[in-house]
Design a protein around this ligand. Structure first.
Ligand code: COA
Length: 200
């Protein structure tokens, strides 16, 4: 507890509006290796994270003393998140597809290129979503993930009115992390679970 407290004091969380550092890009690629963008190269991953930074919320946790980036979070309102993702993937579909080792991904990407962007909604548009969060494996279990989620909630709170709730889609393995922060299980689908937390 003491260690966690000291650790939290040693971390700053900042909101970025452009592509993050190389270490955040590599953390994204290592933490989400099955994501189509991770399978291409760090230049494309950098552009992907930069697109979210410009249009949604990208938070980066940094060690105060060493200035080392140790975690990140991406989230925002579901409409903007979905548009950013679909527009980016459509724009780079052929490059991503040619790097994909899975024929299912290839099929989905080609389909995405043909269909209008609005058909890829993942949640109702009056909600906010935490889409990606990762902490450097060497810095896990020290409260940095919780700090990022709290900073995200603080970013959202001013724009919420009485009707907003908050959802996220996460890998099933991280469910305990989210439930410890007050999320409750909503829907399970394959490897993913959607959890919900109201910030009302
Ligand atoms: C999930 C992740 C971001 C957690 O970051 P972290 O900095 O290690 O988490 P914290 O130290 O802030 O943990 C906060 C709480 O969650 C708990 N927790 C963390 N990971 C957990 C897990 N996998 N299962 C159960 N509980 C977990 C901690 O014990 C702590 O609980 P406490 O406050 O009661 O002590 C990190 O493990 C990670 O990067 N995982 C890989 C990427 C990923 O799966 N992201 C989620 C899908 S988008």
């Amino acid at each position: 507890m003491m260690e966690q407290q000291r650790r939290s004091d040693a971390i700053t969380v900042a909101r970025l509006t452009a592509a993050p550092s190389e270490s955040v890009i590599e953390l994204f690629r290592r933490s989400f290796p099955r994501h189509p963008v991770s399978q291409v190269d760090s230049v494309l991953a950098s552009a992907f994270l930069g697109a979210y930074a410009m249009r949604s919320i990208l938070l980066v946790a940094q060690e105060r003393e060493s200035s080392r980036d140790v975690g990140f979070l991406i989230g925002g309102d579901t409409l903007t998140l979905d548009r950013t993702r679909v527009e980016f993937i459509r724009k780079h579909a052929l490059r991503i597809a040619s790097n994909s080792t899975r024929s299912r991904s290839l099929f989905r990407l080609l389909l995405m290129r043909l269909r209008p962007a609005r058909s890829f909604a993942t949640a109702p548009y009056f909600e906010y979503q935490l889409r990606f969060i990762a902490v450097d494996p060497q810095a896990r279990g020290l409260g940095i993930g919780a700090l990022l989620v709290k900073a995200f909630e603080d970013e959202l709170r001013p724009s919420l009115d009485g009707y907003h709730t908050w959802t996220m889609l996460g890998e099933r393995g991280a469910e305990g992390f989210f439930t410890s922060l007050g999320f409750v299980r909503d829907v399970v689908s394959g490897d993913h679970v959607r959890l919900r937390k109201s910030l009302r």
